[in-house]
Every structure is written in structure tokens, then in C-alpha cells.
Write a protein that binds this ligand. Sequence first.
Ligand code: MN
Length: 139
Amino acid sequence: MELTPITASAKGPADCFTGDVYVTPISAPTAPSYLSAGIVHFTPGAHTNWHVHPNGQTLHVLEGIALVGTRDGSVVAARPGETVGCDPGVEHWHGATASTIAVHIAAVVGTAHHAGTDWNEPVTDTEYAAAQSAVNRQR
Ligand code: MN
């Protein structure tokens, strides 16, 4: 067993996120397991860039409302206690709504040579607004 002391939270880098995002590591990938997990805090309006996980991703919501959108325009609004599975190779983004925070655990499995995420361009304001509209229609 290994007890890891409380870990510093790092600001999500601007080349991967829009808005203020903080990531607190839970598990760093270490051979023979390449599980990478962290708690991600998104302030209102903050979200990831478009990205892909070759081996998929599990998101578990702890607080607020987390939006997860894909290129086909689908968007899921997940609440605390709910888990969203992102399929391997399917490009997506995730984050807060415009008016609420989102806090989720994010877990990905990489390989010895790949951290598990391939980052792409930012979600446009139009794409983000469309996701808000889609969620509002679901309520
Ligand atoms: Mn993801």
C-alpha cells in the first residue's frame, strides 16, 4: 500500500482548456498500470478543447452539472453521482455549463508511450452555445 499526501492542484493549460480549470491528480500512470486519474474543477463557462482518448475515458460527476459534447451535436448533461463513458476514439469535449460549475473525476488508461489523450482545437463559442441550447431543450 502507498498513501500519497494531498497533491497540489494545477491550472489547466490554456492550450487544452477554455476558462478557469484546475486539475488535482489522483493517480499518475505507472507501469504496469497506465491509469491516469484526476479531479477536474471547471468554473462556469470553462471547458476542454476537443480531444480524443484512444482507450476511452470515464467521467464521474461530483458537483454541479457537467456537459459532454461530441461532433455529431449530441450533448449529455451529467449530475452528481452520474458517470459518463466516452468511447475510444470518439472526439468530444467536457466542462461546466455557462452558469454552473462542474467537478468530475476523469480516468483514462494510456500506454507506456501515450498518456491517453490527444488534444485538438478549442470548442468555438458557437459550438458551446449550441450545447447549452441542446441541454436546455432536454429539461
Ligand atoms: Mn475527455
